[in-house]
Design a protein around this ligand. Structure first.
Ligand SMILES: Cc1cc2nc3c(=O)[nH]c(=O)nc-3n(C[C@H](O)[C@H](O)[C@H](O)COP(=O)(O)OP(=O)(O)OC[C@H]3O[C@@H](n4cnc5c(N)ncnc54)[C@H](O)[C@@H]3O)c2cc1C
Length: 397
């Protein structure tokens, strides 16, 4: 006998929410996604999707489209601010040869559009979740007064999750005393940068990016909170950024030079502390709501995507929501918590303000054997959470 997938409501139509919905639909579920924004607007940022994310997207049948819309990278390079190559990672050698996928850089909006196109469900936009009033069975209240009562509620509402309050109330985000500037530049980068990700580890700044289209380059840079003084004038901020990165290795100066003041946006850097649990009753959190991490490991979206597949599998193959969530948490929490800690360690190193400390860090990175990095990248890809696919599932697992 075939058991029907429960009625699932997903709060948050970002990468995690949309991927979870798609993974449920691939298992014949009919989830509903409630998104706060009134429409999807392309914010100027890209994403690097690493091998583990692509392995999951492959399971969902959309990896090829992501590769076509984005830019598959040949390699990534870490440089010092003086231009010295500290490390170069050949993505064909480790990732593509062994796992079939390397890394791809893509505009966030394009990834979201692919997910929306693949979904049968319409996303209900303009639905701001105010509170979860009950967890078993779930009752959600939205800002427009609507209440919904699904069998299962998934909180995929990002790092400032409202759903998380029903599971881990009073969670205080941890901040790093730095900000990050981001932009998508329209710029003709030199040939050698057209399939290359770059990171530059300078004194008190960590900058870099990757091509995300023929003439588009996604750029980011961290800086101390005081970098632009008290100025909120976008032209002054851009001129301070140009001055700062003028002597950095290419393509950073060309990219920053090509930006308009309105292209650049700035956000704080914060993560979610390790939580005791990710679920209560028939409510579960996933993605940044559960394990929002600093961006330095380039894994936040990848971990959200891994959550999606594992959660859909657990909901589909468990007898009740609480058994499903126990399995989901057992599979996903240790890995996501570990990667979040790693990203924090990298963030502390990457945003180091002391000049002596930064130089010592760069020397250490240069001296570390390439085999060390290859091993850790291989380990991360080989441990991707990939539950059995729909075609080989047993309903009573
Ligand atoms: C500077 C920076 C660079 C990054 N670079 C990378 C990278 O290169 N690679 C990578 O893998 N990850 C990267 N990340 C991390 C990645 O962006 C996140 O981990 C990922 O977006 C998490 O997806 P999510 O769906 O959980 O949350 P989000 O993408 O934040 O989506 C949450 C959604 O929920 C909606 N929402 C919020 N509140 C409510 C509410 N109350 N009711 C209804 N809807 C709501 C939001 O509007 C949004 O659409 C980066 C992060 C930062 C900050």
């Amino acid at each position: 006998m075939t058991r029907a997938i429960p009625d699932v409501a997903i709060v948050g139509g970002g990468i995690c929410g949309l991927t979870t919905a798609l993974a449920l639909e691939r298992r014949d579920g009919t989830p509903t996604v409630y998104e706060a924004a009134s429409e999807y607007r392309p914010i100027g940022a890209g994403l690097l999707l690493q091998t583990n994310a692509l392995l999951v997207l492959d399971r969902l049948g959309i990896a090829d489209r992501v590769l076509t819309e984005g830019v598959p990278l040949r390699d990534t390079v870490i440089r010092s601010s003086g231009g010295r190559v500290l490390k170069r990672f050949d993505l064909n050698r480790v990732e593509r040869n062994r796992f079939g996928y390397g890394f791809v850089a893509i505009h966030r909006a394009e990834l979201q559009q692919i997910l929306i196109d693949e979904l049968n469900a319409e996303v209900e936009t303009g639905m701001v979740c105010e509170a979860v009033l009950d967890t078993d069975p779930p009752t959600v209240r939205f800002a427009d007064g609507t209440h919904v009562h699904p069998d299962v509620l998934v909180g995929a509402d990002g790092i400032n999750s409202a759903v998380r309050d029903a599971i881990a109330p009073d969670t205080e985000l941890r901040t790093l005393e730095s900000v990050v500037y981001r932009a998508v530049a329209t710029v003709d980068v030199p040939e050698q940068h057209r399939a290359r990700g770059v990171e530059v580890w300078g004194d008190g700044t960590y900058t870099g990016g990757a091509p995300i289209g023929d003439d588009r380059f996604y750029w980011f840079a961290t800086a101390p909170e005081t970098f632009a003084g008290d100025s909120t004038d976008s032209r002054e901020v851009l001129s301070a950024l140009r001055e700062r990165y003028d002597t950095f290795p290419e393509p950073i100066p060309s990219v920053v030079e090509s930006l308009d003041a309105d292209d650049v946006f700035v956000t704080g850097l914060e993560d979610v502390p390790p939580l005791d649990r990710w679920h209560r009753g028939s409510v579960v959190i996933a993605g940044d709501a559960a394990h929002g991490m600093l961006p330095f490991a380039g894994q936040g979206a990848a971990q959200a995507i891994e959550d999606a597949l594992t959660l859909a599998h657990a909901i589909d193959t468990s007898d009740d929501p609480s058994a499903a969530f126990e399995r989901f948490e057992a599979e996903r929490k240790p890995r996501a918590d570990r990667i979040r800690s790693e990203s924090r360690r990298l963030g502390t190193l990457g945003t180091m303000q002391s000049s002596v400390g930064s130089q010592a860090r760069n020397i250490a990175v240069k001296l570390l054997p390439d085999a060390f990095f290859r091993r850790s990248r291989r380990r991360r890809a080989s441990r991707t959470s990939l539950p059995e696919s729909v075609s080989d599932r047993g309903r009573s697992a």
